[in-house]
Design a binder for this molecule. Structure first.
Ligand code: NI
Length: 151
């Protein structure tokens, strides 16, 4: 007796891994394999999964309406007048968008700080720009992050 058609087309559960076929031009596949080796991936699947996740985070930021996370990394000279106070003031004023901050002392003069931000992309970018623009902040980089569906 054959199985009913409905059973063979059941919906996979969210954590199930599905195998599917992708057609690529040979040159694109060669580029993918180069990245695989350069980045130390164990398989094409691992690399493709990460590329999809990166794109999903990018799209979420570009779409702009949903809550995302970002990590602002800054370096500054803590001897710069009033800079440490201004950094603290901005974070307190934006406390609903600041999850946490970590401070590291790089040497006698220089500090490294990571500030984990949450909110809509425009809110996070505005806070990051204000901090990056403070006199004495020598390096600032915002890393875009966010929760992914099903993970
Ligand atoms: Ni320090």
């Amino acid at each position: 007796m054959s199985r009913p058609a409905r059973e063979s087309k059941r919906r996979p559960s969210a954590d199930e891994t599905i195998r599917f076929t992708v057609s690529l031009p040979a040159s694109l596949l060669a580029e993918l394999d180069r990245r695989l080796v350069d980045r130390g991936y164990a398989s094409r699947s691992e690399l493709v999964r990460d590329l999809i996740r990166e794109k999903m985070i990018e799209d979420r930021w570009a779409e702009g309406r949903r809550r995302v996370h970002g990590v602002l990394t800054i370096c500054y000279d803590h001897h710069q007048r009033e800079l440490a106070d201004r950094l603290i003031e901005i974070q307190h004023a934006e406390h609903t968008h600041v999850l946490c901050a970590t401070h590291g002392h790089l040497d006698h003069h220089n500090c490294l700080e990571t500030i984990v931000l949450c909110g809509r992309p425009a809110e996070i970018e505005s806070i990051a720009l204000r901090i990056a623009g403070l006199k004495g902040v020598q390096f600032a980089r915002l890393t875009r992050a966010g929760a992914l569906p099903g993970e």
